[in-house]
Design a protein around this ligand. Structure first.
Ligand SMILES: [Zn+2]
Length: 299
């Protein structure tokens, strides 16, 4: 290990003297990436349940596995082993799916990624979903709740968007509105990400109390699934809450997203003196909260 430290030091000294900027791209010499360490864990830690850090930089202790099939849900893509979450997330899924089962043509919910067994960064896919409090829920109506493992690997969800997300398409239904509304009304939920056309449609169709619309946030993608982000659980001191969404129903903001899709604003002129954009660095353990080292080490 001494030799490695010496070599790392040497590399830094050399790069400094050469005026190179370390920290862009690969981390210094062979330090394992957090996504490799967390991606190789197949079981949760035997610890008290606790999220540590923030949605896109953290981990989760004592996660619970969502049963592969329940009365009103099925976990999809089981080979990914991402059906683990904080107990709040698992309870939320059970509750929302039993509501979904009351909708015509729906027997419950198909659940996409939650988190890895110990959360943390992933080898592929998301940046968030790291602390067991993010849940992807498929837009595909659940006509059956007895899909085989193999079918759950192979079938696709359905896209609800038209015109690059400016509008919903014919697959959108009142059930989608009702299920997303029910999720947004849940006190455990902080925000929901969905494509802009869906939010605008919900804004138009909602004739009752509109307060829940504040939590529904237009975002890129999210037309095959919607993404539910839960609040930090009560008393979870290591969990970093995201700032609340802006006040109001957010409908004008969603409409602006739609307008920008339909009539893209001209690209901003590039400042010729601006430094080149920094590449996002892959996290190593030192980037994550300290508690994540014990989550990783724990039985
Ligand atoms: Zn997601």
């Amino acid at each position: 290990m001494r030799l490695r430290h010496f070599l790392t030091g040497l590399a830094i000294a050399l790069s400094l003297s050469m005026g190179l900027n370390m920290g862009v791209g690969a981390p210094a010499m062979a330090e394992p990436l957090a996504k490799q360490l967390f991606g190789s864990k197949s079981e949760a830690s035997r610890q008290k349940p606790a999220p540590f850090g923030s949605y896109a930089k953290g981990c989760v202790a004592g996660a619970v596995q969502l049963p592969e099939t329940g009365p009103t849900w099925q976990a999809m893509r089981l080979s990914r082993n991402r059906n683990w979450g904080h107990p709040d997330a698992i309870d939320f899924i059970k509750d929302l799916s039993s509501f979904a089962a009351t909708q015509p043509g729906w027997k419950g919910l198909y659940i996409g990624d939650i988190s890895q067994p110990r959360g943390g960064p992933m080898l592929t896919g998301h940046r968030s979903h790291q602390i067991g409090l993010d849940v992807d829920i498929w837009m595909l109506p659940t006509s059956r709740i007895n899909l085989s493992r193999q079918t759950r690997e192979n079938i696709s969800s359905v896209s609800l968007r038209r015109n690059k997300g400016a509008f919903v398409n014919d697959n959108w239904s009142r059930a989608h509105h009702n299920i997303i509304r029910e999720a947004a009304r849940d006190k455990r939920v902080a925000r929901i990400f969905v494509f802009p056309g869906a939010k605008v449609q919900m804004c138009k169709d909602e004739k009752g109390n509109r307060r829940y619309l504040r939590k529904i946030r237009p975002w890129y993608g999210h037309h095959y699934h919607f993404h539910v982000r839960l609040n930090c659980p009560r008393g979870a001191r290591g969990c970093t809450e995201q700032a609340a969404p802006p006040k109001g129903d957010g409908c004008a903001e969603a409409q602006k997203w739609v307008n920008d899709i339909l009539n893209p604003p001209p690209p901003k002129p590039r400042d010729p003196n601006a430094p080149p954009p920094k590449k996002r660095r892959e996290y190593v353990m030192a980037d994550l909260p300290n508690q994540c080292a014990s989550v990783l080490r724990s039985q």
